[in-house]
Design a protein around this ligand. Structure first.
Ligand SMILES: Nc1ncnc2c1ncn2[C@@H]1O[C@H](COP(=O)(O)OP(=O)(O)OP(=O)(O)O)[C@@H](O)[C@H]1O
Ligand SMILES: [Mg+2]
Length: 227
């Protein structure tokens, strides 16, 4: 057996809203194996983003255990946390591209941060933008691209450093339904090519596009089904 990419046991997260505790996650258990495409489905406020932020090592749990690639995240120092985050590809609802950079420069930037040489960066950025269907637009800035095209750039950027897995929070939440279908097609194709994907959504139809759906409600997992 290979090590799961993510292994979570009895994970809890309580935020303090002033003096009022908000129990966003109340004991979550989850295992994600390499090559999976899993959706995390639940209504607004159910704890989806909280869970995704913990899996991405962007935030710390209140209690419980989180292993990424077999490594207990709670044992890592800040440098090690930065390193582990660089092995994860993040895609958000609001693209988060740098406005004054071209599509290509946006993709190159994440490689520059980890020290990939300039020539290699440029070559890989072009390949990735071709993969997501944006070869002709690679010198355009985000404002010169549609929402769907911007999300393609964000996906290319997330793939730049060969991440162990992709984390997506409502990746089609900010684009029209036709374009959303194209983006989900791209996500499925990436998974077919071997990319492990964890996608958060409140949209049942979108969730069913994944191979497996984990349903969260009020901070707990209610169901875990194969689609
Ligand atoms: N930083 C925070 N401080 C206090 N409470 C928070 C914080 N972030 C989230 N919460 C609360 O934790 C609960 C879960 O929030 P979370 O953002 O994980 O939900 P979600 O499922 O992603 O919702 P949505 O679909 O609206 O994005 C909610 O009750 C929310 O108000
Ligand atoms: Mg959310």
């Amino acid at each position: 057996m290979t090590t799961p990419v993510v292994e979570i046991s009895d994970l809890k997260k309580t935020y303090m809203l002033g003096k009022v505790p908000v129990e966003a996650l109340r004991g979550v258990n989850l295992k994600v194996e390499r090559g999976e495409f899993i959706s995390i489905l639940g209504p607004s406020g159910s704890g989806k983003s909280t869970l995704l932020n913990l899996i991405g090592a962007l935030d710390k749990p209140t209690s419980g255990k989180l292993l990424i690639d077999g490594v207990d995240v709670s044992t890592l120092n800040d440098n090690q946390l930065t390193e582990i985050r660089q092995k994860i590809g993040f895609v958000f609802q609001f693209f988060n591209l740098i406005p004054r950079f071209s599509a290509k420069q946006n993709v190159e930037l994440s490689m520059a941060i980890v020290g990939v040489p300039k020539i290699e960066r440029a070559k890989r950025a072009e390949q990735l933008l071709e993969t997501v269907g944006l070869k002709e637009r690679m010198n355009h800035k985000p404002a010169e691209l549609s929402g769907g095209q911007q999300q393609r750039v964000a996906i290319a950027r997330a793939l730049a450093n060969n991440p162990r897995f992709l984390l997506m929070d409502e990746p089609t939440g900010n684009i029209d339904s036709k374009t959303a279908r194209e983006i989900i097609g791209l996500i499925k194709k990436l998974n077919d090519d071997g990319v492990t994907i964890i996608m958060v959504t409140h949209d049942q139809h979108l969730a069913r596009e994944a191979k497996r759906t984990v349903q969260v409600f009020d901070g707990v997992i209610l169901a875990d089904v194969v689609n």
